[in-house]
Design a protein around this ligand. Structure first.
Ligand code: AMP
Ligand code: MG
Length: 354
């Protein structure tokens, strides 16, 4: 049940009933102001009490996170929302009823109870109720909401399996709760509802189409990759989700994409470089003999999304010098998938064909 890695206690919480003792231990550590890494349905989080500025500062230190990048506060019941936010607009309740617990983060005006360390000095706070039994049990047992960004070192792809958390944070935090693989595998959708019109700050598994169904109009920043402009959401401007090797997206028809990728593989190999390819299951066979990571079937973008960060870390561990990735339709969760791919590639795109 318990294992130690570099002094960090790794607690198996895949079976909730058997994990009761472990969750109590983790909650006790949180009450003493410590940090706990825990599973959510999106990615693993690194939590501290949302009411403790000091606890929250430890998160920034452990991750090496820039101090102006705010955290998301995780709650286990709706009542807590009124402790954390003020001037709550009425559609908050509609959104919460439909999407919580689940991968939707709402940005609201913060209450004085939320320390500025959590919001990186902003007067707004990001809130979400996660859909994971271990996350919910941990918050309940602790007795307070948890401020928690993703449990990775700043700049690295978010952790979707416990090995990723161990890789980045063993020796830096006291407890990691192991909940197995994250079902969604991409960070939550972030929606700012403090303004006149709701604004989509980060696409995720709660899709734009679903939000439009509830709210009617939703504003979308013109370029969700925020390559050249100031990011409307703090944190979005940073290098994110990125593998160590430089990455490029390859656009075009299936043939054009395949031809371009093979051409680049040849050129790079001649220079003694190792290229890794990130492709769909359908296109895997086009690249025999190459280093390939398969995301999943093209017609199942949720499956590809769930595997993306795993695949990026895997290509890093294979020691590739250069990564090329296929592109996908920006519809439904495909919008979030492409958003993370664009960021991992720092917006760099190569066009296939002449
Ligand atoms: P992470 O949990 O690591 O994915 O990071 C949380 C992200 O949520 C930040 O990088 C921001 O993009 C967003 N966020 C958190 N708080 C706020 C806020 N008050 N206003 C706008 N965006 C926020
Ligand atoms: Mg993060």
């Amino acid at each position: 049940m318990y294992r130690k890695v570099k002094g960090t206690l790794l607690i198996d919480a895949k079976n909730l009933e058997k994990a009761e003792g472990g969750i109590k231990k983790a909650a006790a550590l949180l009450r003493q102001g410590g940090l706990v890494a825990f599973p959510t349905e999106t990615v693993y989080g690194l939590g501290a009490s949302a009411y403790s500025g000091e606890g929250v500062e430890k998160i920034f230190r452990a991750k090496g996170r820039p101090p102006d990048n705010p955290l998301i506060v995780h709650l286990d019941r709706l009542d807590t929302l009124q402790d954390l936010a003020v001037d709550i607009p009425s559609h908050t309740w509609l959104l919460a009823a439909r999407f919580w617990p689940g991968p939707l983060t709402l940005v609201l005006k913060k209450s004085p109870r939320v320390p500025l360390e959590v919001t990186a000095g902003l007067e707004t706070v990001a809130l979400r109720m996660p859909l994971h039994p271990v996350a919910l049990a941990l918050i309940r047992e602790a007795g307070f909401p948890l401020a928690a960004p993703s449990a990775n070192l700043s700049g690295r792809p978010s952790p979707t399996r416990v090995e990723h958390v161990v890789e980045d944070l063993a020796g830096k935090v006291k407890i990691i709760l192991d909940g197995g693989s994250c079902l969604v595998g991409l960070e939550s959708t972030v929606l700012d509802i403090t303004g006149e019109k709701p604004l989509l700050l980060r696409p995720g598994a709660v899709t734009l189409e679903e939000l439009q169904e509830v709210l009617g109009e939703v504003e979308i920043p013109p370029d969700l990759s925020y390559k050249d402009r100031a990011a409307p959401s703090p944190g979005l401007k940073y290098r994110h989700y990125a593998p160590r090797a430089p990455m490029f997206l390859v656009e075009g028809s299936r043939d054009q994409m395949a031809e371009k990728m093979k051409e680049i593989c040849r050129e790079r190999r001649e220079r003694g470089e190792k290229v890794g390819l990130l492709v769909s299951r359908e296109n895997q066979d086009l690249f025999e003999g190459e280093v390939v990571e398969v995301l999943g079937p093209r017609n199942h973008p949720a499956e590809m999304a769930a595997r993306l960060f795993y695949a990026l870390r895997r290509l890093d561990s294979l020691g590739v010098d250069f990564i090329l990735a296929e592109t996908f339709e920006e519809k439904g969760i495909g919008l979030a998938l492409m958003n993370r791919l664009r960021k991992a590639a720092s917006g760099r795109v190569i066009k296939g064909g002449k």
